[in-house]
Design a protein around this ligand. Structure first.
Ligand SMILES: C[S@@+](CC[C@H](N)C(=O)[O-])C[C@H]1O[C@@H](n2cnc3c(N)ncnc32)[C@H](O)[C@@H]1O
Length: 436
């Protein structure tokens, strides 16, 4: 763990020992190691030993970079580079440059520029900056020909990631730019209609009672109406496909098979990606995905035929009383972190009347560890998510104590039975039992 006592040499030694642990595991399992080549693996194996070494390595490497850069350059350089790093990624995404570069050959700048419809001069300048972050490379420096790296190839091969980039770099970034001004005007507001993103995207606070999700569902004309909601659905699906937010961590968070022939209500389940994952792995579960009606066509389009009798969609607004009575599990993944306490209490109290003795509320969300106790890269991700919730909805991530207090305040019959942090997952699984 890096500390104020860390030195260039102690961090370099940590990097070497962590890299050795990873390398040995890769060799033992005859796996290819990471590289910048376009066909390199996109992630290290899930193995806990590898993941722990990976976290230690990233922490030491970023701390070393910080020390070697030094405070004077670090603070000034960051002020210059951060915003342009974002612009470049946004540009490459919006101009479809990732897809326009062939995966198996290089392409001259001039041809690429005409393919994506931008001037060659702008494209060269953008890619030159991107290359400093290993996003694209030149076949040989100065050759005038562009080739994929592992990072750019990942986006080209994973179309849903484009929605994740689009949502974050177009919508959340617009909110970030307004965040300081919003805090100055609204202070520590708990109201989702006064969030920085609402203000940035709609020109002012939304009407009382409306949220960003209402705007996402209604923005656009004709066939385009609701495009932001559909893109958000794809962004969430992309976030849960792999990595720290992967949907597969849900399996390690609860003894799902021990529930037997159970009904799971996936509240705010979007287009059903997590329920589909659950139903595939646990053949006795029946899942009902609840979300806005506008997401049902996307749900139907992605639902595997063999799951049609076990995974269904129900339009439901979670501010209203839960219509599925006596279910075994009311599941919410990345729902409660979208809302301040006042609104979480409303969501939870709309579920309680439907619960039977022994029913569970199962929440999959971040649990903020005490400061300085998680690996730095994970802490960085969690604190960024916390600020993302502030920007989007004046909401927040919660600590263990805050979660326990929230359920207790919602209803004294709700008892937090366990909080499990699956290895490699940014989100924990919180099991809450109802004693009716
Ligand atoms: C952060 S996403 C989480 C999606 C999914 N559970 C996941 O983890 O991938 C929040 C979800 O809440 C849904 N939502 C927001 N307001 C809602 C409401 N009033 N009633 C039902 N669903 C709502 C959104 O449409 C969106 O799918």
């Amino acid at each position: 763990m890096a500390s104020t006592k860390s030195t260039l040499m102690s961090l370099a030694a940590q990097i070497a020992s962590s890299a050795a642990v990873i390398q040995q595991q890769l060799e033992r399992n005859k796996l290819q190691g990471p590289s910048f080549a376009a066909d390199a693996p996109t992630a290290l194996p899930d193995d806990p030993e590898v993941q722990n070494a990976r976290m230690a390595l990233i922490e030491a490497a970023s701390s070393l970079q910080c020390l070697a850069t030094g405070p004077e350059d670090l603070m000034k350089w960051q002020a210059i580079t951060l915003k342009h790093d974002q612009f470049v990624l946004d540009f490459l995404n919006q101009y479809r440059v990732f897809e326009a570069v062939p995966l198996d050959s290089d392409i001259p700048y001039a041809e690429l520029a005409s393919k994506v419809g931008v001037s060659e001069s702008i494209l060269r300048r953008v890619i030159r900056h991107a290359m400093t972050q290993h996003i694209f490379a030149e076949t040989a420096p100065g050759s005038g020909r562009v080739v994929h790296t592992s990072n750019s190839a990942f986006v080209a091969r994973t179309p849903l990631v484009k929605s994740w980039l689009g949502h974050n770099l177009e919508e959340v970034t617009a909110g970030s730019v307004k965040q300081v001004e919003t805090i100055r005007t609204y202070g520590d507001s708990q109201e989702p209609n006064e969030s920085a993103m609402c203000i940035a995207l709609t020109g002012g606070p939304l009407e009382e009672g409306k949220t960003l999700f209402d705007f996402f569902g209604t923005d656009g004309e004709g066939d385009q109406k609701g495009w932001r909601m559909r893109r958000f659905g794809e962004a969430m699906k992309s976030a849960t496909q792999s990595g720290a937010h992967s949907g597969h961590h849900v399996h390690a968070g609860l003894e799902w098979d021990a529930l037997g022939d159970a009904t799971v209500v996936d509240i705010g389940g979007s287009i059903g990606h997590v329920s589909i994952e659950l139903a595939k792995q646990h053949p006795k579960l029946k899942c009902i995905v609840q979300d806005f009606a506008g997401l049902e066509p996307q749900f139907n389009a992605t639902l595997p035929v063999d799951l049609r009798d076990r995974v269904t969609f129900q339009a439901h607004n979670f501010w209203e009383e839960q219509p599925v009575k006596g279910a075994d599990v009311y599941f919410m993944k990345h729902i409660l972190h979208d809302w301040s306490d006042k609104y979480c209490l409303k969501i939870l109290r709309a579920i309680v009347p439907a619960m039977k003795d022994g029913s569970r509320i199962v929440v999959m969300d971040g649990v903020l560890p005490p400061p300085g106790t998680a690996p730095l890269p994970m802490e960085h991700l969690l604190t960024a998510l916390d600020l993302q919730m502030m920007t989007a909805l004046n909401a927040k991530e919660r600590s263990h104590e805050e979660w326990v207090a929230l359920f207790k305040e919602a209803d004294s019959r709700l008892e937090v039975k366990g909080i499990v942090q699956p290895p490699g997952s940014a989100a924990a699984v919180i099991e809450v039992v109802f004693h009716g």
